[in-house]
Design a protein around this ligand. Sequence first.
Ligand SMILES: [Zn+2]
Length: 220
Amino acid sequence: MTLVSPTLDAGLARRIIEETDPFSTRQHLAYPSDHDGAQVHLDAYFSTEALVQIPEFASWLVEDVVLWMTAKDLRPQLIFAPGTDAVRVFVERLSKAVGAKPVYLETKPSGRFGNTIEGSVPTDASVLTFNLTSLTGGRCIGFRLPEAATHAGGNVIGTAAIALGTSPINEELRSRFSDNLYIAFHVAVTNHNPDACPANAPRLRPWQEANAEIIARLRK
Ligand SMILES: [Zn+2]
């Protein structure tokens, strides 16, 4: 795991990671956990859901995203994000801090995006797309979310995630958002297609199990 954001204090970042212990390695996880479309397998899980359980840590991370937006002079009218509980916690704070309105894309319990949008996207409204975690690399924050926001009528001016996984798509993400991409942590989570499971892979489990274990550990 690497701290990517130049403005996030290394000491604070270390505290966040040490105290939440959000990383589970040697996993074999189905993501999304249903079979309604393309699925990938993750070899680890990084739970940003755990990070936002601690209000102080969520605040530090929100402040860092705000610093980045200020430095880049990004003033979105909307923050467009998946509508999961953990993401909402973060996006409500971020929206308030920058005077933007949150808009949520339907997200199923499996982790898969739906089509319903909660909130309105006025034509050409400036949009920052956001997710806590983009574990399959740039697919989510680089493509799926911006495409959904654009399709709804918005004008995407930047994209952001607290944690970004490892994927060949990351290069495409960085070139597509060369000067308007925010990442706090780069995490060593790789993925493979279901037909390419390593011979020694552990039993395949839904990603939610690893996430729930990390959060349970936090509550002890
Ligand atoms: Zn596999």
